[in-house]
Design a protein around this ligand. Structure first.
Ligand SMILES: Cc1cc2nc3c(=O)[nH]c(=O)nc-3n(C[C@H](O)[C@H](O)[C@H](O)COP(=O)(O)OP(=O)(O)OC[C@H]3O[C@@H](n4cnc5c(N)ncnc54)[C@H](O)[C@@H]3O)c2cc1C
Length: 410
């Protein structure tokens, strides 16, 4: 064994970090404040999307936020009144949401998502642990001509980076997905995208790690991280050679223990699983209403959506959710009616960095403490790459990718 590593936070990012650290020969302990049965990593849409080369901090997102600001049922919302932390985050978000930064971030995101997808493929081929991987691609479904124009531009950027993107007319879309409304003017097909089933992947990864000898401390509280390479967990001192903070939107709670902090805000989203007999064959994103559609086995489709920035609790805003349901029914008219008040809605928090790139790196001034968070809308897509890079960094190996764009303290 090479040494002891504590991974603080057992969402998808912490689990993949634990996986690759264990593979590298470290003695790993995953510590989680809760019981590991729910987090943002469970209720998400499960899409693996190398096609998503445009970061959250983009001119498109700024104009959407402005457009939606006064609409209480819009798919994007901002917490009012904003906290000081949120204002500081927003200021940096606005400074970054320009064409030049987006161009630079697209290249970097493309490298990271492509690397991550290759790791998923490798894990799947090697049967490292059981999980389903669907490789049907993802349809970007545009409900308006304006969205189609914008998505066509995004597809051109993606094409330029080597991502295959096929523009489809409404008819071509419906020949792939017959359940779609005849009013849809068209969309883009990304055949290289795919999906996993999030809850299944999480449980399988935890079981695989436990079987391999990784220790799990559930419902555990870290109250101190000392410069003596020891953390106090549930009142007991635990020595470590490295500590990885991967606690999603709560990562700053742990960073504060070592006098550090990063710009990070929650992007609350909703999802629900809907069993039905209608045909929904392809994973998709409804572009105008920002809704994800992921068909799972057994005729269950998971619908996800809404980006509520700055909201820390799990409340579901009824008007926003009802509008989400209306948009789904407009796009898929053959689905049975969905009564919003009867639905068990899940909500979770995307850990959003200010520039749409994750934080992956050493914490300045703390040689043995590392951060892996801020994956926003792409945590599932990017988790294997992040875990692998963290393990390479901790182990002092040659890095698979340049981590400068993801450095902590930028
Ligand atoms: C509706 C929705 C749809 C999404 N769809 C997709 C998608 O299709 N594709 C994609 O790539 N991404 C998607 N995402 C984003 C993705 O789910 C997140 O980026 C990802 O789950 C974040 O993982 P994480 O491990 O960083 O955080 P989390 O999953 O939130 O895990 C953090 C863990 O840290 C623990 N913790 C908290 N505080 C402490 C502490 N003090 N000490 C120890 N542990 C602590 C928590 O209990 C939790 O277990 C979606 C998100 C939402 C909300």
């Amino acid at each position: 064994m090479k040494g002891k590593v504590i991974v603080a936070g057992g969402g998808i990012i912490g689990l993949f970090s634990a996986y690759y650290l264990h593979q590298s020969g470290y003695q790993v302990t995953v510590v989680d404040k809760r019981d590991l049965s729910d987090s943002c990593s469970y209720g998400n849409a499960g899409l693996i999307v190398p096609s998503h080369v445009i970061p959250l901090a983009s001119p498109g997102m700024v104009s959407a936020a402005v457009r939606y600001l006064l609409k209480p049922n819009a798919p994007v919302g901002v917490k009012m009144p904003p906290s000081m932390d949120f204002l500081q985050w927003s200021w940096r978000f606005l400074l970054t949401a320009n064409k030049h930064s987006v161009r630079e971030s697209s290249v970097v995101l493309n490298e990271l998502t492509t690397f991550s997808q290759s790791l998923y493929q490798q894990l799947f081929d090697e049967k490292a642990f059981p999980f389903q991987m669907n490789e049907k691609g993802v349809l970007m479904i545009c409900q308006t001509r304006r969205a189609l124009k914008e998505e066509t531009e995004v597809a051109e950027v993606a094409n330029g980076l080597g991502v295959v993107a096929n523009k489809l007319s409404g008819e071509e879309l419906r020949s792939m997905e017959p359940s779609l409304s005849v009013n849809i003017p068209g969309g883009i097909y990304y055949p290289g995208d795919g999906n996993i089933v999030p809850g299944e992947l999480m449980k399988s990864l935890i079981a695989c790690l436990e079987q391999a000898g990784v220790t799990f401390l559930r419902n555990a509280s870290i109250t101190s991280i000392g410069s003596d390479h020891a953390a106090v967990i549930n009142g007991e001192k635990h020595a470590f050679d490295a500590l990885v903070i991967s606690a999603g939107i709560w990562s700053n709670e742990l960073l504060e223990l070592i006098g550090s902090k990063v710009p990070l805000q929650p992007g609350r989203g909703y999802s629900f699983d809907f069993p039905h007999d209608a045909e929904v064959g392809h994973p998709a994103l409804l572009v105008d209403s920002r809704i994800s559609v992921t068909p799972f086995q057994g005729n269950i489709t998971r619908f996800g959506g809404v980006m509520e920035l700055g909201y820390w609790n799990h409340r579901v805003v009824k008007r926003r959710f009802s509008e989400m349901v209306r948009s789904i029914q407009r796009c898929y008219p053959s689905l049975p009616p969905i009564a919003p008040e009867t639905i068990d809605v899940w909500s979770g928090h995307r850990p959003c960095s200010f520039d749409g790139l994750p934080y992956i790196g050493r914490i300045p001034g703390n040689e043995c403490v590392f951060l892996a968070t801020g994956h926003s809308m792409l945590g599932i897509t990017l988790a294997p790459a992040t875990g692998k890079l963290i393990s390479e960094l901790v182990d002092g190996q040659q890095l698979s990718l340049n981590l400068y764009p993801f450095r902590v303290g930028r």
